[in-house]
Ligand binder design. Structure first.
Ligand code: NAP
Length: 437
């Protein structure tokens, strides 16, 4: 918007004091290169025509209707901050966590800082075959010295140092041709030092033929799984050293297919998880749209830790102004000037570049509406001036981008001593104190 409209001003509202959302709190700490998009955000936020207001919860501190009165256009871009639930008995037992909470915990998301996951068991089970599932498996099994150099929080590093987890099963309800993770992330897992992949060759019988005409990414991904499943430790020629190390690896991980969790089983005292009962499934149909149908057979798998990694979901932010069904369900006249982009619009899929492109599309729609006269900008709107008085009357003090830069500097300084890029501050009160709020 700023680039294509010389007169536009953009204010960005954020619930937490600190910016960057999933880039800070979702992207794995050992993937720093993925976080480079922070530089683009920072450059934009520093523009004279852009302002950042953190520590403002839209829907509570200021209503969407109030924002719509203050601005010519409002874009909802708040992602998917909740997780889907399995909806099976035992899901609330101690030792069962949502991937979202677990990822939030190791990434310093304030609401998950007190999670204290119990890592005292040897076997963990992750439900789901997506990239988040692989992220978690990798964090659970990574050698500590690799994590120490990242911005993972100190307290999760300490918990991982005492972790007894040495085996991680990733369980999917469909087959190898339907996994949702991508090849780069799988390869990283396969090459993880000190952890051995355990794939059952029988799961891959006949698949080479089945993927012959599949799109290239699916074909390559399947071929990598087949190669890994068939390769005996020590057989690799190019990667002999890795193979030798892996044969002796103290930790292991594996993919289990066509198993749909039915119940999380409790220990005898009924307090903790001791395993998961899974319905075996057969596939109806083929390719991406194949459906998992229970065969009637079940299997129990023992584990002391269950992580449910079956995707994220958006929460309604201000049901009075935006129906749960989304902006598009509003009548046309009520929709003028209200836009959405990213996961809140398209659902929780795709990587950062997908979301960036989607936001460019949204900006394009705003500019088109402006040009076509759909957006009436003939009278000026007060923008933050109007919102500021609302916030003041409600006792809310926003955090500016330069405030964030002070928090940022403090985090970087704290990390330096430990050789980390930063030590994240996990308590919002501490952040606010630091900037004198
Ligand atoms: P995802 O890619 O949608 O994967 C969700 C997984 O959960 C799928 O395997 C799905 O299986 C399974 N699932 C859903 N409901 C289930 C149920 N009721 N029972 C059993 N299994 C169920 O979601 P995600 O892993 O949360 O990732 C979200 C997005 O972020 C993805 O686009 C991902 O690529 C991206 N991401 C990327 C990276 C990276 O690039 N390194 C890292 C993290 C996340 P079905 O297919 O059978 O539904």
């Amino acid at each position: 918007l700023l680039q294509h409209h010389g007169g536009a001003r953009v204010d960005i509202y954020e619930k937490l004091p600190v910016p960057f959302g999933l880039v800070r709190f979702g992207v794995a700490p050992d993937h720093p290169e993925v976080k480079n998009v922070i530089n683009a955000f920072t450059q934009t936020a520093r523009s004279e025509r852009c302002a950042y207001y953190g520590n403002v919860t839209v829907g509570r501190d200021v209503a969407v209707a109030e924002l719509r009165q203050a601005y010519h256009a409002v874009v909802l871009s708040y992602g998917a901050e909740d997780n889907r639930v399995l909806g099976i008995p035992g899901e609330n037992l101690s030792g069962v966590y949502s991937a979202r909470a677990f990822v939030g915990w190791y990434n310093g998301l304030p609401e998950n800082r007190g999670l204290k996951p119990d890592l005292s068991c040897e076997t963990a089970l992750i439900v789901g075959h997506g990239n988040v599932a692989l992220d978690i498996a990798r964090i659970l099994l990574s050698p500590l010295h690799l994590l120490r150099k990242t911005d993972i929080t100190d307290c999760s590093l300490a918990a991982l140092a005492c972790s007894k987890v040495k085996r991680v099963w990733l369980v999917g309800r469909r087959g190898p041709l339907q996994v949702a993770f991508t090849i780069k992330e799988l390869r990283e897992m396969i090459n993880l030092p000190g952890a051995r992949p355990v794939l059952n060759p029988a799961d891959f019988t006949g698949l080479e033929n089945a993927v012959k005409d599949a799109p290239r990414p699916r074909k390559r991904l399947t071929e990598l799984m087949i190669k890994t499943a068939l390769e005996k430790p020590g057989e690799k020629t190019v990667e002999m050293q890795v193979a030798a190390e892996q044969a002796a690896a103290p930790r292991e991980w594996g993919l289990k297919f066509q198993r749909s969790p039915q119940e999380v089983l409790p220990t005898a005292d009924g307090r903790r998880v001791r395993g998961v009962r899974m319905a075996l499934t057969r596939l109806e149909g083929s390719g991406d749209s194949a459906k998992a149908i229970p065969t009637g057979d079940v299997e129990e798998l023992e584990c002391g830790l269950v992580l449910s990694s079956i995707g994220y979901r958006s929460l309604p932010l201000d049901p009075a102004a935006v129906p749960t069904a989304g902006v598009d369900s509003l009548p046309l006249c009520a929709r003028v000037g209200l836009y959405c982009s990213g996961w809140v619009k398209r659902g929780p899929t795709g990587v950062i570049i997908t979301t960036m492109n989607d936001s460019f599309d949204t900006a394009h729609s705003v500019l088109e509406d402006l040009q076509a006269g759909v957006l009436d900008v003939s009278s000026s709107r007060e923008g933050f001036g109007a919102v500021e008085s609302i916030l003041r009357s409600r006792g809310v003090r926003p955090v500016s981008f330069s405030d964030w830069e002070k928090i940022d500097a403090a985090e970087v300084a704290r990390g330096k001593a430990a050789g980390k890029p930063r030590e994240k501050i996990v308590d919002p009160q501490e952040m606010l104190q630091l900037i004198g709020h």
